[in-house]
Design a protein around this ligand. Structure first.
Ligand SMILES: CC(=O)N[C@H]1[C@H]([C@H](O)[C@H](O)CO)O[C@](OP(=O)(O)OC[C@H]2O[C@@H](n3ccc(N)nc3=O)[C@H](O)[C@@H]2O)(C(=O)O)C[C@@H]1O
Ligand SMILES: CO[C@@H]1[C@H](O)[C@@H](O)[C@H](O[C@H]2[C@H](O)[C@@H](NC(C)=O)[C@H](OCc3ccccc3)O[C@@H]2CO)O[C@@H]1CO
Length: 365
C-alpha cells in the first residue's frame, strides 16, 4: 500500500513524498534528487515530442496526401465555370480566344503569325501544317460540346494506378484524357476503358490504336518538331515514310481514321511552360526543357472542362531508383535522363493546383 507522507525539511519547509509502508525512510535530499531527475526526464520527453511534431509537420509538405474519394456509382457534382475561375489564378490574364485544335482557316486564308517555333508555336512549320490541316478536322464532338458542365479526368501513366481499382470511377467522367501509348486493354479494372482524348506525338503513338482506343477517341497530336507534321501527313495520305529525324521509331503503318485526328494548339504548351513552370521559351541548350505531356493535358483540361480530376500522377523520389514509374511496364526514373523534364518542378506546380482546388486527385501525391 502507498501512503502520502509530509516531511519537515531543515528551515521548516514541508515537502510532499510517498513511500512504501515497509521501505526504510529515504533522506530528503535523495528524494529531492529523484524528483529533480523525474522533471528532467519529463522535460526530455516533452522536447522529444516537440521535435517529433516539428518533424512530422515539416515532412507533411513532402507527403501532402491530397486524396479525393468520389462516391462510387455517383456522378460528381459539377459547377459550371468552376475550372475557369482557377485558370486565371494559375495562368494569369490573357486572351481566352485560343481554339483547342488548329484549324485550316487560320493558315489558309489568313496566315496567322506565330511568335514561336514548335513546340510553343508554329513559326516556320506553316507549309507542312497546312497540308496536315487539309486532311484532318478541328471540331469538338457534339457529345462534349453540348454538355452543360464538363467533368474531366486526366489519367497519367504513373505506377500509382496499379491495383487502384479506379477503372469504374474513371469511366464515369464525361471526358477521359489519356496520354501517349498508355494501354487500357488488360488494365480496365485500374484505369477504365473509356478514352475521349489521347494526347500523343509520333514517338509515343501506340502501334495498335484500334485495340487501345474507342472508335470515336480523339487522337490529339502534340507536335514538337516539323517532322511530326510530316509523319502524320505521310501516314494519313499514305505517302513515302521518312525514318530519320525521330528520337525513337514511330509507327510506319498506323490504322486510324483521319476524322479522329486533331492537332493541339501549341498555345497550351506555351502557357504550361511559361506560366506553370517558368521555363524560357527560347533555349539554346542541347537538351531543351519542356513540360511533360501530363502537365500539358492538365493545362488543356483546365481550359476545356468545368471540373478537372487527375489520377496516376507523381514520380518516385530520386533515391527510389528501382521503383517502376509506369502502371503497365517496368521502367525507372533513369529512362527519363535525357527527357528534358523537371519532375520536381512539375510536382510543385501540381501541388499548387491541388492546394487551390483547381484539380482533385484520385490517387495519392
Ligand atoms: C523515355 C522517355 O522519353 N519517356 C517519356 C515518355 C515516353 O516518351 C512515352 O511514354 C512513350 O510512349 O513520355 C512522357 O510521359 P509518360 O508517357 O511516361 O507518362 C505520361 C504522363 O504521365 C505523368 N506521369 C507518368 C509517370 C509517373 N510516374 N508520374 C507521372 O506523373 C507525366 O505527366 C507524364 O507526362 C511524356 O510524354 O511526358 C515523359 C517521359 O520522359
Ligand atoms: C514531351 O516530351 C516527350 C518525351 O517526354 C521526352 O522524353 C522526349 O525527349 C526526347 C527529346 O525530345 C529528344 N531530343 C531531340 C532533339 O530529338 C532526345 O533525343 C536524344 C538526345 C539526347 C540528348 C541530347 C540531345 C538529344 O530524346 C529524348 C528522349 O530521351 O521528347 C518527347 C517529345 O518528342
Amino acid at each position: 500500500m502507498q501512503c502520502v507522507q509530509w516531511t519537515q525539511r531543515p528551515g521548516g519547509e514541508v515537502a510532499r513524498g510517498s513511500r512504501d509502508d515497509n521501505s526504510p525512510q529515504e533522506p530528503w535530499h535523495l528524494r529531492n534528487m529523484i524528483s529533480k531527475s523525474r522533471w528532467k526526464l519529463l522535460a526530455m520527453l516533452a522536447l522529444f515530442l516537440a521535435v517529433m511534431v516539428w518533424y512530422s509537420i515539416s515532412r507533411e509538405d513532402r507527403y501532402i496526401e491530397l486524396f479525393y474519394f468520389p462516391v462510387p456509382g455517383k456522378k460528381e457534382p459539377c459547377l459550371q465555370g468552376e475550372a475557369e475561375k482557377m485558370v486565371s489564378k494559375l495562368f494569369g490574364n490573357y486572351s481566352r480566344e485560343q481554339p483547342f485544335f488548329l484549324q485550316l482557316k487560320d493558315y489558309f486564308w489568313v496566315k496567322t503569325p506565330s511568335l514561336y517555333e514548335l513546340p510553343y508555336g508554329t513559326k516556320g512549320s506553316e507549309d507542312l501544317l497546312l497540308r496536315v490541316l487539309a486532311i484532318t478536322s478541328y471540331s469538338i464532338p457534339e457529345s462534349i460540346q453540348s454538355l452543360k458542365c464538363r467533368r474531366c479526368v486526366v489519367v497519367g501513366n504513373g505506377h500509382r494506378l496499379r491495383n487502384s481499382s479506379l477503372g469504374e470511377t474513371i469511366n464515369k467522367y464525361d471526358v477521359v484524357i489519356r496520354l501517349n501509348s498508355a494501354p487500357v486493354a488488360g488494365y480496365e479494372q485500374d484505369v477504365g476503358s473509356k478514352t475521349t482524348m489521347r494526347l500523343f506525338y509520333p514517338e509515343s503513338a501506340h502501334f495498335n490504336p484500334k485495340v487501345e482506343d474507342n472508335p470515336d477517341t480523339l487522337l490529339v497530336l502534340v507536335a514538337f518538331k516539323a517532322m511530326d507534321f510530316h509523319w502524320i501527313e505521310s501516314i494519313l495520305s499514305d505517302k513515302k515514310r521518312v525514318r530519320k529525324g525521330f528520337w525513337k521509331q514511330p509507327p510506319l503503318i498506323w490504322d486510324v481514321n483521319p476524322k479522329q485526328i486533331r492537332i493541339l494548339n501549341p498555345f497550351y504548351m506555351e502557357i504550361a511552360a511559361d506560366k506553370l513552370l517558368s521555363l524560357p521559351i527560347h533555349q539554346p541548350h542541347k537538351i531543351k526543357q519542356k513540360p511533360t505531356t501530363g502537365l500539358l493535358a492538365i493545362t488543356l483540361a483546365l481550359h476545356l472542362c468545368d471540373l478537372v480530376h487527375i489520377a496516376g500522377f507523381g514520380y518516385p523520389d530520386a533515391h527510389q531508383k528501382k521503383q517502376s514509374i509506369h502502371y503497365y511496364e517496368y521502367i525507372t526514373l533513369k529512362s527519363m535522363m535525357w527527357s528534358g523534364h523537371n519532375v520536381s518542378q512539375e510536382a510543385l506546380a501540381i501541388k499548387r493546383m491541388l492546394e487551390i482546388g483547381a484539380v482533385k486527385n484520385l490517387t495519392y501525391f
